[in-house]
Design a protein around this ligand. Structure first.
Ligand SMILES: Nc1ncnc2c1ncn2[C@@H]1O[C@H](COP(=O)(O)OP(=O)(O)OP(=O)(O)O)[C@@H](O)[C@H]1O
Ligand SMILES: [Mg+2]
Ligand SMILES: [Zn+2]
Length: 285
């Protein structure tokens, strides 16, 4: 047995030193992350790690004694897999690449937007409790104040904590549902099912149009009521206040939102979209 181990060590040392050809006919490398195990196949002569040649240990010889130590690639691989599975879960949450750069960390604070940032961050950190009670969040403020930014940050934090979230732009959702009546793609039922199932639903920019058709009003009520009935949280962003929403979407919608969200959180401060546009323009000259 000991002789067998010594022979193995010797062989691996020689392979890692390039003194012997690798006898493996291709091999799999195991990746673990997000509670899942993945394997990737490497054909003969190809390796994930150039140092240990995927043996996961690095062999060295000192005074005729061969010893080995774990290779750093193992840890690195687990971190990569962790990140990959987070990326996949964020994609499943409907969060496009451009929104993934919007985090609590890179939200510039001022006296006017700090309360909203604090409320959103605390909400995300305590999501396990809110998931139980159905406590929801309504962010309201003028255009470019960072409502969508904060909603994207909440989704990332909540997904990182292992919950399922879904970020939808309200108007896109309505047009997807409308399109489902005519096309062969997803049916309305298939679109609505995840809206009901996820732990957190984000309805971004609920006040993007000035008038809603009767059908749109009915659908928005249906979606909000779906969450209400299931006692599951919803995060809504809007640049219009309660009375506006009540006038356009009706009392039933507002009453449910108020009951689920408690107070609406104002997002104040300067218009960052204008600020970004200005700095881009000045770079042009
Ligand atoms: N406090 C902030 N710090 C850094 N970037 C910010 C901040 N607020 C907003 N931004 C950036 O400004 C841009 C516009 O912000 P965002 O889309 O979140 O605004 P909004 O409040 O959702 O506006 P709208 O009502 O028009 O949808 C984004 O690129 C966002 O990342
Ligand atoms: Mg927005
Ligand atoms: Zn290695």
């Amino acid at each position: 047995m000991a002789a067998r181990v010594e022979a193995l060590k010797k062989e691996r040392l020689a392979i890692q030193r390039g003194e012997r050809p690798d006898p493996r006919p291709g091999h799999h490398v195991r990746f673990e992350g997000g509670g899942q195990t993945y394997y990737r196949f490497y054909p003969p002569g190809h390796y994930y790690c150039a140092q240990c040649l995927d043996y996961e240990r690095v062999y060295t010889e000192t005074d005729g004694v061969i010893s080995s130590a774990p290779c750093g690639c193992l840890e690195r691989r687990h971190q990569e897999a962790e990140k990959k599975s987070l990326e996949e879960r964020l994609s499943a949450a409907g969060l496009r690449k451009k929104f993934r750069g919007r985090t609590f960390e890179n939200f510039t604070l001022s006296d006017l937007n700090r309360p909203a940032w604090e409320a959103a961050r605390a909400y995300a950190r305590n999501f396990a409790t809110h998931r139980q009670s159905g406590k929801s969040l309504f962010l309201v403020g003028d255009s470019g104040r960072g409502k969508t930014h904060l909603a994207a940050a909440v989704v990332q934090e909540v997904v990182r904590r292992g919950f399922r979230a879904l970020f939808v732009v309200t108007l896109e959702l309505l047009s997807d549902i409308r399109a489902s009546y005519q096309s062969e793609g997803r049916t309305e039922e298939e679109i609505l099912r995840p809206l009901k199932q996820v732990d957190l639903l984000v309805l971004d920019d609920i006040s993007a149009v000035d008038q809603f058709s009767e059908w749109e009003k009915g659908k928005l009520y249906e979606i909000i009521n779906l969450r209400y009935e299931a006692e599951k949280p919803i995060l809504v962003t809007s640049n219009k206040m309660v009375t506006w929403i009540k006038d356009r979407l009706g009392k039933k919608v507002v009453d449910r939102l108020l009951e689920m969200c408690g107070d609406f959180i104002p997002v104040g401060g300067e218009n960052y979209r204008e600020r970004i546009a200005c700095s881009l323009r000045s770079e042009d000259y």
